[in-house]
Design a protein around this ligand. Structure first.
Ligand code: LLP
Length: 427
């Protein structure tokens, strides 16, 4: 039975979670995560043949998350040796791992090749050569796609728009080098050339730029066929599907994917070719709304006629997004969930930084020290971008499901902060 005036999340009383695990605390709902994977199955994987979902690990990827993605039959998209290592250690099948990134390091590529991962998404002029060398040394063959920047400007924060021409990601289209690279990949005995990848940005709500990008990619597919007599057998649409932080109107996966699949199928019919496999890489849309951050309210500073600052025991170290992208969030006092909202306050963090503001001008019931405050939709790029600034500890992560909770990441303690420090003998 849910008590009145308390916030519940996946069947758990949030104030009880705060008591049991302490604050600040990240809480992730397993039900919500699995729900998103189920939507993807219904709207994409089961609806269209020869499709895959590679969950974008960068959004949130402790080993428990790797386990959930694996259990739900997903692939995973990693972008660093650390994410790759996490997936492997969690027992994720290597052939379902796909590796992105604009500057993959030699050791990272070696780890990928040695373990026989499913795909490397080539994203730079010297990368293919390096992969070939490593494959030769390791006596392995690997499947690759090329990441292309289609030159599309999607509508989102500039830092998270990646598909425009002026970008550190991907191969620019008008460059002969791309064709040379593809030709080299087709001929190489170490490389299995699969196809093309694009990712136009993140937190997007309009399918227009996706469709424009796809047009460009399909044109390129045609060129490759004409020039090399080879059919692209896989196209990766990237991720970027937007979620609700405040009152954004989130779109279904079908809204994005149905017209894209239709476009692909039409193109392939006209060209008389088999439709390539289609892969997507959603991150935020899987875990974003599945997470909340839980804090305890501390100092309250009422600057008369200016603003009331309500401080919490975390801040930009556990959620950098408001400071970095001016991202908007909303939240509630978890122990006053049904009370009338009579005040307008600013929720700020505890870091030594004026920009450490989590939410501006939020309506809440009268806040008091010791109240528990929860911020919604922090599941993506919250924990994964956390830092130790000011030597604050990174909070624990708890996974909840229908009223039950389990710790999936231990919180750091002060000893963890010192673990890698060395005082040289001469000091
Ligand atoms: N695939 C590629 C190649 C990507 O670069 C990204 C995100 C994704 C997939 C997943 O996109 P999603 O579905 O999560 O939108 N830290 C920023 C987001 C950076 C996203 C970078 N790439 C934030 O907190 O908003």
């Amino acid at each position: 039975m849910e008590e009145k005036n308390k916030l519940y999340f996946d069947g758990c009383d949030v104030t009880e979670l705060a008591k049991e695990y302490g604050t600040p605390l990240y809480v992730m709902s397993e039900t919500a995560i699995v729900g998103k994977f189920s939507q993807l199955k219904e709207e994409f994987l089961d609806k269209y043949e020869n499709t895959r979902v590679a969950y974008a690990a960068k959004a949130f990827f402790p080993m428990a998350m790797a386990k959930i993605a694996e259990r739900e039959g997903m692939c995973v998209d990693v972008v660093s040796g650390g994410e790759l290592y996490t997936a492997l250690k969690a027992g994720f099948p290597p052939e379902r791992i796909e590796f992105n990134g604009n500057n993959k390091l030699p050791d990272e590529l070696r780890l990928a090749v040695k373990n026989g991962i499913g795909r490397i998404i080539v994203d730079g002029f010297s990368e293919l050569e390096r992969i070939e060398e490593i494959c030769k040394e390791e006596n392995r063959r690997i499947s690759v796609l090329f990441r292309v920047t289609p030159g599309i400007k999607a509508d989102s924060h500039d830092y998270i728009v990646t598909g425009k021409k002026d970008s550190k990601f991907g191969f620019p289209l008008d460059d002969e080098v791309l064709q040379d690279q593809i030709s080299r990949a087709i001929q190489s005995e170490y490389i299995d050339f699969k196809g093309l990848h694009f990712h136009i940005g993140s937190q997007l709500f309009d399918n227009g730029p996706y469709l424009q990008a796809l047009d460009i990619i399909l044109e390129l597919t045609k060129k490759i066929r004409e020039k090399f007599g080879v059919d692209v057998s896989e196209i990766n649409f990237g991720g970027g599907f937007g979620i609700q932080y405040i009152d954004e109107e989130r779109k279904s996966y079908s809204y994005f994917l149905d017209p894209m699949m239709e476009k692909m199928e039409k193109f392939c019919r006209e060209e008389g070719m088999e439709r390539p496999a289609v892969v997507i890489e959603p991150g935020r849309s899987i875990v974003g709304e599945a997470g909340i951050s839980v804090y305890t309210i501390g100092q309250i500073k009422d600057i008369k006629g200016v603003r009331k600052y309500v401080s919490v025991d975390g801040g930009m170290t556990d959620n950098i997004r408001p400071a970095l992208y001016q991202s908007l969030y909303t939240g509630v006092i978890a122990n006053k969930a049904d009370e009338e909202k009579t005040e307008t306050v600013t929720i700020c963090g505890k870091c030594c930084e004026s920009g450490d503001i989590l939410i501006r001008d939020l309506k809440v019931p009268e806040p008091e020290q010791g109240d528990i405050f929860a911020i919604f939709s922090t599941g993506a790029y919250g924990y994964s971008m956390a830092s130790n600034y000011n030597r604050n500890c990174i909070p624990p992560v708890v996974l909840v499901k229908e009223g039950k909770s389990r710790l999936i990441v231990k919180g750091q303690d002060y000893e963890d902060l010192l673990r890698n420090d060395i005082i040289p003998e001469d000091l």
